[in-house]
Design a protein around this ligand. Sequence first.
Ligand code: IMP
Ligand code: MG
Length: 181
Amino acid sequence: MPAVRGKNIEVLFPAEAIASRNLELASQIASRGLEGLLVVSVLKGSFIFAADLIRAMHGAGLAPEIEFILVSSYGAGTTSGEVKVLRDIDASVAGRDVLVIDDILESGKTLKFTRDLILGRGARSVRIAVLLDKRGRRQIELEADFVGFECPDRFVVGYGMDAGHFFRELPFVGVIEEDAG
Ligand code: IMP
Ligand code: MG
């Protein structure tokens, strides 16, 4: 079990499993025949997943334009949680097919907000790809179009995802173990 910052990390999704799942997701995405695709990576948590997925998409024959949006949710996990754009995309989305990439779909608030924002600007279609789906924690009815893995209801880190701004660099997804005492 790897130790990082003095904590043991239980690996849930190893790097190799993520890499081969990304290839499958990329060919699913390519099979939809999306033209002039615009990818919107939701920062910060999706940056590694997006970086790997777009390279897998290249291998599947896609040549998307890439944008980034930084959103933050306040009171995540509560029904009053609201989402704000902290750094917007630059590209116009009008008439375009858009693929929003995020790390985890949990309550659904972040991705519903992001999808509605892009649809409201006149996108032709908005599809959603997430590495992990925490289905058990959904508060808003929302399904991703492309899901890497179903995720147990545990707080995960690594592969872009953080706990207190650390652990994003881990090449796998795992759970921080409690101190042995
Ligand atoms: P929601 O779907 O709006 O509830 O929010 C999902 C967002 O919360 C994700 O994009 C992550 O940034 C964050 N998040 C949810 N669960 C976890 C976790 O287990 N580890 C790290 N970040 C998480
Ligand atoms: Mg996020």
